[in-house]
Write a protein that binds this ligand. Structure first.
Ligand code: AGP
Length: 619
């Protein structure tokens, strides 16, 4: 899951590429580099480490001049994050430069063949093999007359026909100063349409300051760009489908603004983004919800007799909340599957099963593969997704956008609460075409409409939560506990903490602790327990007492006014009261802030945690 960008036009390429790479850095930040065509030759700079610590400093000392170039920010797959393994990579003669997002699965065999033919490699990457392969095909075309204009594009296409795996690439050549070539299969690639200039990028965040007109390329598309035009052909049988789209969000939405980190900006946006997820989707007359893009009639939805939800990471936690919501409100059996497992498991799914794919980025390779597997079996697949025009959004049979705006922080926050909001509305719709009464439907709607203001009130406690965080920032292990709707929230709280502070954290159903994990409780192991005043309050109180009796420190997320729990634990965070099915929307906010403040206290890079990237487009 790297970020790639390309520019061809009249302006200097290097500053445009550098700004674009900074906007793509959340996709991977092990190293970064760029190549610019300068005085008929390809000049390059590349450096291990984050952009500001590496490439930007190199460019300051050794700037690049030219108006055609490509750039790359890397999340290492093949080969450690080193200068040599940084992109761009080149063919043998250095006349072709290439940047790549994805995995060439048969690179080893290709490398052996090329090595036998005399090719020498500098790096351990699969990408360098692809660059040499393009170079080899380029030379073979030398003998074919009238190929000159299309020669680079044709060489790229011929090389890709030998490739097994995934790619989003940008290619330039010193022999063709007037063109740039892009191609994709399994990794996203977007054309940005300018005036007298054109762009390639992994996603729209790097384009929004230059243009709002974009074309989302499809798998097997190969695009040839000049400053004035672009042409798309397909490596597959179909002809390329080119559709010009508008970027919906503003440039400011993809910037930190006054916040120190994207993550905390996105945490604080949740009152607004939950509102956005509901906007225009509540039908007050029918006391139900409505979605523009489901592409399914109520009678088709009524014939659904089971739901399978597939996702990864935080989206998988949202799926678990969705399981409780749909089962309770619509009485439909729900199965939640890790996408990476679902795609290989031969789970018997009958024809009336509705498959839901939940994904913020719309590019997660495992979730995309799960969607394709379900479609291969003839199932209708809906996507709950945040990124408009993303691969999963386009390949699903219909779906629901989150409208949460770009989520740049690697740790997902606002997407999670928007996903739950959408799932609550979907459960309402599925319930109201079955047995859910309008009375219960109305209660849910009324409670949902209070959530944005309730979230704002919790956010006001950020400083208090920061003070609590200071007490526990040195802990080495954490437990997060919750029951029913709050079990997935416990999992999510554990994931937030571990992925940005690197503290080992585990989430469990509260009652599960006594089946083993409680053996780990001691005075050094804090436990966060989610204990709203709901039907299981007394049961959860029992779990709280079991931990307290063993000397474990306790942080409790409670319903406002619960003084009983407050008097029993070390620290308490109060949240407003709401219906049990909606409590995750409130209970998760303190956990996001706790993780954030602990990570900041530990000096971690909150927006770009080690070893991670925002969009996992490799399997
Ligand atoms: C969550 O904070 C992580 N960034 C990660 O688990 C993420 O949720 C997962 O990779 C799924 O991403 P998606 O929602 O874009 O598919």
């Amino acid at each position: 899951m790297c970020g790639i960008i390309g520019y061809i036009g009249q302006r200097q390429a290097a500053p445009i590429l550098l700004e674009g790479l900074r906007r793509l850095e959340y996709r991977g930040y092990d190293s970064a580099g760029m190549a610019v065509l300068s005085a008929q030759s390809l000049q390059w700079r590349k450096k291990k480490g984050k952009i500001d610590d590496g490439l930007a400093q190199v460019l300051q000392k050794l700037p690049l001049v030219g108006s055609l170039g490509i750039g790359h920010t890397r999340w290492a797959t093949h080969g450690a994050p080193t200068d040599e393994n940084s992109h761009p990579h080149f063919n043998s003669s250095g006349t072709i430069a290439l940047v790549h997002n994805g995995v060439i699965e048969n690179y080893d065999r290709l490398k052996q063949r090329l090595t036998q033919e005399g090719h020498e490699f500098i790096s351990q990457t699969d990408t360098e093999v692809l660059a040499h392969l393009v170079g080899e095909h380029y030379l073979k075309l030398d003998s074919i007359p009238n190929q000159e204009a299309q020669r680079l594009t044709q060489a790229v296409m011929n090389a890709l026909r030998e490739v097994i795996g995934t790619y989003g690439i940008a290619v330039v050549s010193s022999n063709h100063p007037g063109i740039m070539v892009g191609a994709r299969r399994g990794s996203p690639l977007v054309v940005g349409i300018g005036v007298g200039e054109n762009f390639l990028s992994s996603d729209t965040n790097a384009l929004v300051t230059h243009t709002r007109q974009v074309v989302y390329l499809n798998d097997y598309d190969v695009v040839t760009l000049t400053p004035e035009r672009f042409e798309v052909v397909s490596l597959g049988e179909d002809t390329a489908r080119v559709q010009i789209n508008q970027i919906e969000f503003s440039a400011e939405a993809a910037e930190k603004g006054a916040f120190p980190h994207f993550m905390v900006k996105e945490i604080f946006e949740q009152g607004k983004t939950v509102q956005n997820a509901m906007r225009g989707r509540i039908d007050y007359d029918e006391v139900t919800s409505k979605f523009g893009g489901l592409n399914l009639t109520n009678s088709q939805l009524r014939s659904v007799d089971k739901v399978v939800i597939t996702a990864c990471g935080t989206s998988w936690h949202a799926a678990l909340v969705g399981e409780y919501l749909i089962e309770e409100l619509a009485h439909l059996p729900v199965e939640v599957e890790y996408a990476s497992e679902f795609r290989y498991r031969n789970s018997p799914i009958d024809k009336n099963t509705l498959v839901l794919a939940i994904t913020q980025s719309g590019e997660t390779a495992d979730t995309l593969a799960g969607l394709r597997e379900a479609k291969r079996r003839g199932h209708i697949v809906l996507a709950i997704c945040n990124v408009v025009g993303s691969t999963i959004a386009r390949e699903s049979d219909g779906g629901i956008y989150l409208h949460a705006g770009p989520e740049i922080g690697v740790a997902s926050t606002k997407a999670f609460t928007s996903q739950i909001t959408v799932l609550a509305l979907l459960a309402l719709l599925l319930g109201r075409i079955r047995m859910l009464s309008s009375q219960r439907g109305l209660h849910l709607i009324q409670a949902l409409e209070k959530i944005p203001a309730q979230i704002e009130s919790i956010l006001m406690q950020s400083e208090k939560i920061r003070q609590i965080a200071l007490k526990y920032a040195a802990a080495e292990d954490f437990f997060f506990l919750g029951r029913q709707y709050n079990f997935p929230v416990a999992l999510e709280g554990a994931l937030k903490l571990k992925e940005i502070s690197y503290i080992h954290a585990e989430g469990y159903p509260a009652a599960e602790m006594k089946h083993g994990p409680i053996a780990l409780i001691d005075e050094k192991t804090p436990t966060v327990i989610i204990i709203p005043q709901d039907a299981l309050y007394e049961k959860t109180m029992g779990n709280l007492q079991e931990i307290k009796a063993r000397g474990g420190s306790l942080i409790a997320i409670v319903t406002e006014g619960d003084t009983r729990t407050r008097d029993l634990v070390d620290d308490v965070i109060e949240v407003p009261s709401t219906l049990e099915p909606l409590f995750p929307l409130l209970g998760v906010i303190p956990l996001q802030l706790l993780a954030y403040h602990i990570a900041v206290q530990r000096g971690c890079d909150v927006d770009k945690p080690r070893n991670l990237a925002k969009s996992v487009t490799v399997e």
